[in-house]
Design a protein around this ligand. Structure first.
Ligand SMILES: [Zn+2]
Length: 174
């Protein structure tokens, strides 16, 4: 399992102190119509992602691949996984009438380490993923999304941190 270093722990603590990372609670994540959840495939942490979100939502439409939501924030706009994931998000939201997308990244992440992506860069990619997803669905809303209730699409970016034996999830303030 990839370990976190002292500098990154301090960096994340300073973001929390500055109000950039907010604790996840039931009111921030409970959605009656469920969520689409994008996470990294990492088997050391996927159980925590799913059990954590299952406390708040029994209807979780999951997309899992290396890097999770960071793939939406990569520079290669025509990356096949990125393109396919964007289409899947729209299809899933329409097919299942879901209005909330949770964009998940985690740190330390083996995929990020292989690609030499720091925690700072990972958050920048999550920010980009947030805006890409918001823009994608706003273009759909005029045509066919949301299909029924007319609710606005909500996008919730989350950073999952593994430190020592503890796992925490934070909503990243945009
Ligand atoms: Zn990972």
């Amino acid at each position: 399992m990839v370990d976190i270093n002292k500098e990154d722990i301090q960096r994340i603590a300073s973001w929390r102190k500055a109000g950039l990372l907010l604790d996840v609670d039931s009111s921030s994540l409970t959605r009656a119509d469920g969520i689409e959840l994008i996470i990294c495939s990492d088997g050391d942490h996927s159980h925590d992602w799913i059990t954590h979100h299952h406390q708040f939502n029994k209807r979780i439409h999951i997309f899992s691949h290396h890097g999770g939501a960071a793939v939406l924030g990569i520079d290669e706009l025509d990356n096949p996984l990125r393109v396919a994931l964007l289409k899947q998000l729209v299809d899933g939201a329409i097919m299942k009438d879901i209005h909330t997308i949770v964009l998940g990244v985690h740190y330390p992440c083996a995929w990020a380490r292989v690609k030499d992506i720091s925690v700072d860069k990972l958050l920048l990619m999550l920010r980009e993923a947030y805006f890409v997803t918001k823009a994608l669905f706003s273009s759909y809303s005029e045509k066919k999304f949301p299909p029924q209730q007319g609710e606005l699409l909500e996008v919730i970016p989350i950073l999952h941190v593994f430190s020592g034996s503890k796992r925490r999830q934070y909503i990243v303030k945009m």
